[in-house]
Write a protein that binds this ligand. Structure first.
Ligand code: ADP
Ligand code: MG
Length: 182
């Protein structure tokens, strides 16, 4: 039924590496693709989206859309626009997305949704879920003198799960996802 392709988790060392991952991901995506980003506040969802915007070549700085909920970055060239959504305060479902009244077609854009899990799946069966987790676990405690410094650049564990025929029926697409690890 709803099978998913779960890729082996890999780690990214710091914000630059997370941005670079976003750039590599951009090369794999095409118009109409949906990417959900999950992970706690400060995990690096917006940082990754920034790299994605660089890779796609879109206008405007990619910053957190927390207060505007969604931001459209038009393409600089002839690639797709980037639609960057923060779904934290968004209701679920297609209606909520349509209510945003974006002036672009989602099927012509690359759509990235932070906090989108459980909210925007009905947009399309084909989607990627990127989970970003702090990889330091319990080691960065107040007792750890390096904890403060490590806060600036510490490793993240990235787990990519791919859903739908777009990613699972085309071996090249799956291989491209595997190639995202450095
Ligand atoms: P989110 O959108 O998930 O809330 P942000 O991308 O806005 O997170 O913020 C992530 C913060 O963590 C940034 O300040 C970034 O510099 C820092 N950071 C440290 N290490 C990493 C890493 N490996 N990947 C991404 N961000 C990191
Ligand atoms: Mg964010």
């Amino acid at each position: 039924q709803n099978t998913a392709l779960v890729l082996p988790a890999f780690s990214v060392a710091g914000p630059e590496e997370t941005t670079a991952l976003g750039r590599r991901l951009a090369a794999v995506l095409r118009p109409g693709d949906l990417v959900l980003l999950s992970g706690e506040l400060g995990a690096g969802k917006t940082t990754l989206t920034r790299g994605l915007g660089e890779g796609l070549g879109v206008r405007g700085a990619v910053t957190s859309p927390t207060f505007v909920i969604a931001r459209v970055h038009p393409p600089l060239g002839d690639g797709p626009a980037l639609v960057h959504v923060d779904a934290y305060r968004l209701g679920g479902g297609l209606d909520a997305m349509e209510d945003l009244d974006l002036d672009v077609s989602l099927t012509d854009s690359v759509v990235v949704v932070e906090w989108g899990e459980g909210k925007v799946e009905e947009l399309t069966e084909d989607r990627l879920l990127l989970r970003i987790d702090r990889a330091t676990g319990g080691t960065a405690t107040a007792l750890d003198p390096a904890a403060g410094a490590a806060d600036d650049a510490d490793p993240r564990l990235v787990t990519i799960t791919a859903y739908g025929a777009r990613w699972q029926d085309d071996p090249a697409a799956g291989a491209a996802l595997l190639g995202l690890r450095e």
